[in-house]
Ligand binder design. Structure first.
Ligand SMILES: [Cu+2]
Length: 173
């Protein structure tokens, strides 16, 4: 038979282990994405000159990369990822972009290294929509045309069946 004091002791040890684990986890937390310019999944109306990302922890001066690619996978950043000097907390990375990027969707892949030596990676997209680039042509058959095609083929079918039935009836009489 297990005594009550023994159960209490086991309980205390378990709680201590759990809180210790949670505490260790938060101490080992890495530098996570906090915000960016352009924002993740955001749309900008003018081509940005750079991408700026703010993280939750202080970063090392090396071991950081921001890679920006267009929809075809071509690199459009200048490969000069660095800590943003205007951030005294050293939590911000910046990379410059090729000038005059055209409208479209761009993908940002980042990798950082926080001062505790841990690296983290992430990815987000943003869209440039200035309205100066011609929009992509619409597909030949758009969704709104489909019901008409269905109605047309249905109507033709009904007329055909009607004609056949009538011919059959005429033959019988
Ligand atoms: Cu860490």
């Amino acid at each position: 038979m297990v005594s009550l004091t023994r159960m209490v002791r086991v309980g205390v040890v378990l709680i201590a282990l759990i809180t210790g684990f949670v505490g260790a986890r938060s101490a080992l937390a890495h530098a996570d994405y906090v915000s960016s310019d352009p924002p993740a999944n955001g749309t900008v109306t003018t081509a940005p000159e750079r991408v700026v990302i703010v993280f939750s922890q202080e970063l090392k001066p090396e071991g950081n990369t921001i890679r920006v690619t267009d929809a075809r996978g071509n690199q459009v950043d200048r490969g000069d990822t660095a800590l943003d000097r205007t951030d005294p907390n050293r939590k911000t990375l910046v990379v410059s972009l090729n000038p005059g990027l055209s409208d479209g969707v761009y993908t940002v892949n980042w990798k950082n290294t926080s001062t505790d030596g841990h690296s983290e990676t992430g990815r987000f997209r943003f869209r440039i929509s200035s309205g100066t680039t011609a929009p992509a042509p619409l597909p030949a058959t758009s969704g709104s045309e489909l019901p008409w095609l269905i109605l047309l083929s249905l109507g033709t079918g009904v007329l055909l069946i009607g004609a056949l039935v009538r011919r059959h009836a005429l033959r019988r009489s």
